[in-house]
Design a protein around this ligand. Structure first.
Ligand code: GDP
Length: 444
């Protein structure tokens, strides 16, 4: 039986051999564990001290830096003990075994430290998600977005809106209860003004949405073009490693191959799609269908043409050109590509094989990313969970039409406020908690 009153412990640093490993203990018996392993009284709060650590046989486990964070001023809100031991497997194994001997003390479940921080009010749900994103962050932009969310940028925004909704509903209720005592229509008008204002803010926030998710999950860039034009070679050149299989036989890249890339801090999901061409082979037809779907979804398209085939331009590829595209004339080492525009789209000569022009492609993408994504100054939501709740909130506010009786208005305000409360976790969200915390690793 796992209980919230248990004291929990875990290796919080990565698994495997390392210079230092951090082991944390959180809960009512954390202090006891610290005293037992060090054989000394607790060190002063939040000060690193060097201590010898012993097991029950009085055998020395290690000498380590030890920290004591008495609750409630700790990450979980509970008493926390922290051991910075040497990161060898035997040291870690002895430490975990020794801690496990404590009464009502057990290994933490994944995400249990963060869950306790949430339960003690140290973190709201969006901050918890920000923390999870920070641990997963692979690029600078992902790190920035995660940190901001962890620091409460979304929580502050949503709690602010929720407060305004609750105020509006209080005004309306005052009108319902005291309209005979002179709390009149001006109060309703004030509430309506609040609601109209909030509807605008929500509309704008929802419209910004995709950006936060794109940063979290990777901005999609599709590489398109006829078979053999050099798509796999371009992926290799951009990612500087042999991720895609480059082969001289036409039509062999039948599925969508994805490569994750850090492009000047932007997380990018490059897809090398099946060559777009007519075919009778069902596998290839499916590949082409996926390539088209990918092209529709992608934020940018790199559409490749064969410089050696000029002036002929592959019509299927040409039909994909739009304002999200950059044209690349590949194999420019073999033929001169002097066209600088195709159907109003900028064109560049490159040689994917020799790496010529690849730096320019990277800087074009980087500049476009900044242009499209902005500097992300305002906080943006980062998950489908947020989007759904924001939509519910928006719909509830939108439902407050002009002629509505005050009772219905108040009800819609509460519905809207409830939807926002679900995002931050300030109201009942038990069914959501398992979903959010299960993605954590143990020790967080
Ligand atoms: P895909 O079918 O579009 O993915 O094309 P690949 O990347 O597999 O390339 C097809 C063939 O063209 C391979 O033999 C490559 O070595 C060759 N190739 C690709 N890019 C260049 C280039 O810039 N110059 C030359 N000369 N050959 C290239």
């Amino acid at each position: 039986m796992l209980r919230d009153s248990d004291t929990i412990f875990a290796l919080s640093s990565g698994v495997g051999k390392a210079g230092i490993a951090v082991i944390r203990v959180s809960g009512p018996r954390a202090g006891e564990a610290l005293e037992r392993l060090t054989g000394k009284p607790l060190p002063p709060a939040r000060r690193a001290v060097l201590r010898a650590l012993f097991d029950t046989e009085d055998d020395l486990i290690d000498r380590a830096l030890v920290l004591w964070f008495p609750g409630p001023h700790s990450e979980t809100g509970e008493d926390i003990g922290e051991f910075h031991v040497h990161g060898g497997r035997a040291v870690i194994a002895s430490m975990l075994a020794e801690l496990g001997r404590g009464e009502a003390t057990r290994l933490a479940e994944p995400g249990e430290f963060a869950r306790r921080a949430f339960q003690s009010g140290k973190l709201d749900l969006t901050s918890v998600e920000g923390l999870a994103d920070l641990i997963d962050a692979e690029t600078a932009m992902q790190r920035r977005q995660a940190l901001r969310q962890m620091d409460g940028a979304l929580a502050t925004l949503y709690e602010g809106w929720r407060g305004r909704l609750l105020r509006a509903s209080a005004l309306i209720e005052a009108h319902i209860d005291f309209s005979e005592d002179g709390v009149g229509d001006d109060v309703i008008a004030e509430a309506r003004a609040h609601l109209a204002d909030l509807a605008d803010s929500l509309r704008a926030h929802l419209a910004e949405g995709g950006r936060g998710e794109a940063i979290r999950e990777g901005v999609e860039i599709a590489i398109l073009g006829a078979p053999n034009v050099g798509k796999s070679s371009l992926i290799n050149a951009l990612s500087r490693r042999d991720a895609a299989i480059v082969t001289p036989i036409a039509g062999t890249t039948r599925d969508v191959i994805e490569v994750r890339l850090d492009l000047d801090g932007w997380p990018v999901l490059l897809s090398d799609t099946a060559g777009i061409r007519e075919s009778n082979d069902p596998v290839e037809i499916e590949g082409v269908r996926r390539a088209r779907a990918r092209a529709e979804r992608a934020m940018f398209k790199l559409v490749m043409f064969d410089a050696t085939a000029l002036p002929a331009l592959d019509p299927a590829s040409r039909s994909l050109l739009d304002e999200r595209s950059l044209v690349l004339f590949n194999k420019a080492d073999l033929a001169n590509a002097t066209l600088s525009m195709v159907d109003g789209v900028v064109a560049r000569p490159i040689s994917a094989l020799h790496g010529t022009g690849i730096a320019e492609v990277r800087s074009w993408l980087s500049a476009e990313l900044i242009r499209r994504m902005g500097r992300l100054e305002a906080p943006v939501f980062t998950r489908e969970r947020h989007r759904q709740a924001l939509r519910d909130c928006f719909q509830a506010i939108e439902a407050c039409s002009a002629g509505q009786p005050p009772e219905l208005l108040a009800e819609n305000c509460r519905r809207a406020a409830f939807a926002l409360g679900r995002i931050t976790g300030s109201i009942g969200v038990d069914d959501l908690l398992d979903l959010i915390f299960k993605d954590f690793c143990i020790g967080k």
